[in-house]
Write a protein that binds this ligand. Structure first.
Ligand code: TNX
Length: 543
């Protein structure tokens, strides 16, 4: 059997096996730490002393660091903090083997002897799930919390609203639940000119109680939920409930792309959004709220009398300034509640930021570096290679996706802290995350296929702050980690390619190689951005 200390993923900074093994069935330590261990390992009985038990305590070390020592007479976890203790338990589970991920077993197990010392390079390590384009059941979110925690990640970014659906209950405005949370039907395949639709309604939303449950479950596993309300663009769903507050949309969108459905940047819209955020914050206890700010079509704004009047009132000359104004207003509301706003990088260019705003950079290294150089904390989310909605290979069996490919090797090459940057710029990088946009990810099983194992590579890159060693990553997946994912019930993509039932076939899910975003097309587009005004986009991707 392969030495499990050699297949840990993310690979710890130091791991070494010794001979022999330790069989444990009890835990000892401070009650709060014992409780954290039991939550992750199951209801282990509490031992009177450390001998023969898994003992746990706090000790010195950097944030989230831990030491795990396993010898025949016992195992000891020393975490610098609660997060470090949890990471140690996740490492221990990997050492126990796949059985540790199966439900219904006895807590505890046999662990080979050895030691691990470990510490993350970056404090923001996460994944984004787009639950707006296709709704994911609450239980799926709970399962993704477990999958992220397994990879020692600590952020679950939920993209909760977009043109195609609003996924947050409002008790104050029930018309949102009634209207904004579902669409009549969904576009079939990829199109440019003449879309066809499936005729099947799609929708769903989380009650505030559901969101509170997900956030609490995540917090118990060391994961902070970062909710996103994407504004003022990507707002068609909200506008279906409040048409008077927007331009360019009157229904929850059925197709994809950049839509003209945007909120008017006026005080009445700010007021509504702040009320909705206050409701959301009753459910989710988080230091961060993501306000979106991406892909906003501002071309209809000057022609709208209310917007024009407001432009004049605040002395704005360009519609782009209103984009910044709107986000700063809502951001100020968040600041009053002690929350930091997070925005996509367009908002950095339009001035839609406050000094402590976190800029989540999706359009590549150059914009990330500019935001860091301007003194903003930055979260790295570059399309290439963290967008896991793109194909994983050029195999014709790959199912329909938005573009690609972004291979496992590409994801492993993710450099969150580029060497060409100055130390000061690198110091502004909080971390990075993968993105699972869901236009072409209709359900949980396909989400697993798209996200894993590329998320394993991203998890390793953000843990180290440097690209993963690809040959070693592949070896560890083959020799140990894929079996853990199997046991956890994760329907990942095998390294060789899709299983027969994961392939696109020749029907609606057929690979569409001629009609995709390729890396070349995407890089060309990004290169034109600095001169394009960015935030204003007059046309859509596809329609
Ligand atoms: C760009 S990234 C978007 C999303 C799409 C995604 C598809 C960003 C801030 N906007 O609306 O879903 O591309 O890959």
């Amino acid at each position: 059997m392969t030495d499990p200390y050699r297949t840990l993923l993310p690979a710890p900074r130091h791991a070494a096996s010794a001979g022999g093994s330790f069989t444990f069935g009890s835990v000892h330590g401070d009650p709060a730490l014992v409780e954290a261990v039991q939550l992750l390992l199951g209801p282990l009985p509490v031992a009177a002393g450390p001998e023969g038990a898994l003992s746990v305590r706090l000790g010195a070390g950097g944030p989230e660091s831990y030491r795990l020592q396993v010898s025949p007479g016992g195992a000891e976890i020393v975490g610098a903090d609660l997060a470090g203790v949890r990471h140690a338990v996740q490492t221990l589970k990997q050492l126990i083997g796949p059985a540790a991920y199966r439900a219904g077993g006895r807590p505890g197990g046999v662990v080979p002897c050895g030691e691990v010392e470990d510490e993350p390079a970056l404090g923001w390590r996460g994944g984004m799930l787009d639950v707006a384009r296709h709704f994911l059941d609450k239980r799926t979110l709970l399962r993704y919390v477990d999958l992220l925690a397994m990879h020692r990640m600590n952020r679950l970014h939920l993209h909760l609203t977009d043109d195609q659906g609003w996924r947050i209950e409002s008790r104050k405005y029930p018309e949102i639940n009634a209207v904004a949370t579902h669409r009549r039907e969904t576009m079939v395949g990829r199109f440019r000119t003449e879309p066809t639709f499936d005729g099947t309604p799609h929708g769903g939303y989380y009650t505030l109680d559901d969101l509170a449950e997900v956030a609490a479950y995540a917090a118990q596993r060391g994961i902070t939920v970062v909710p996103e309300i994407d504004l003022p663009g990507h707002a068609s769903a909200l506008l279906a409930a409040f048409p008077e507050l927007g331009t360019g949309a009157d229904e929850v969108l059925r197709g994809w792309g950049i839509s003209a459905g945007v909120l008017k940047p006026i005080p009445a819209a700010v007021k509504l959004v702040c009320e909705l955020i206050d409701e959301l914050l009753t459910a989710i206890d988080t230091p961060y709220v993501h306000l979106g700010g991406d892909e906003c079509v501002t071309t209809d704004w000057p022609g709208d009398p209310e917007v024009a009047a407001h432009m004049a009132a605040i002395g704005a000359e360009q519609p782009g300034e209103l984009h910044g104004w709107f986000l700063r207003e809502v951001g100020g509301h968040l600041a009053e509640r002690g929350k930091r706003m997070v925005v996509w990088d367009e908002a950095f260019q339009t001035g839609g930021v406050l000094p402590d705003t976190i800029v989540m950079c999706w359009r590549g290294d150059a914009i990330s570096r500019q935001a860091a150089a301007a003194g903003h904390d930055v979260v790295r989310a570059p399309v290439y290679p963290t967008y896991l909605d793109y194909d994983q290979s050029d195999l014709p069996e790959e199912p329909l996706s938005i573009g690609g490919p972004i291979t496992l090797e590409d994801s492993a090459s993710f450099a969150p802290l580029p060497e060409s940057w100055t130390d000061q710029e690198r110091a502004k990088v909080l971390g990075g995350q993968f993105q699972a946009w869901s236009e072409y990810i209709p359900h949980e099983r396909h989400l697993d296929y798209m996200v894993f194992p590329r998320a394993c590579a991203i998890a390793e890159a953000v843990w180290y702050g440097a690209p993963a060693d690809y040959p070693s990553l592949v070896e560890r997946l083959r020799e140990g980690h894929l079996a853990r994912l199997d046991a956890a019930g994760c329907a990942y993509r095998p390294l060789e390619g899709p299983l027969p039932w994961q392939a696109g076939g020749t029907g609606r899910r057929a690979h569409a190689p001629g009609n995709r975003t390729t890396k070349e097309r995407w890089l060309e587009w990004v290169a034109r951005l600095p001169d394009s005004g960015v935030v204003a986009k007059a046309t859509t991707h596809e329609s």
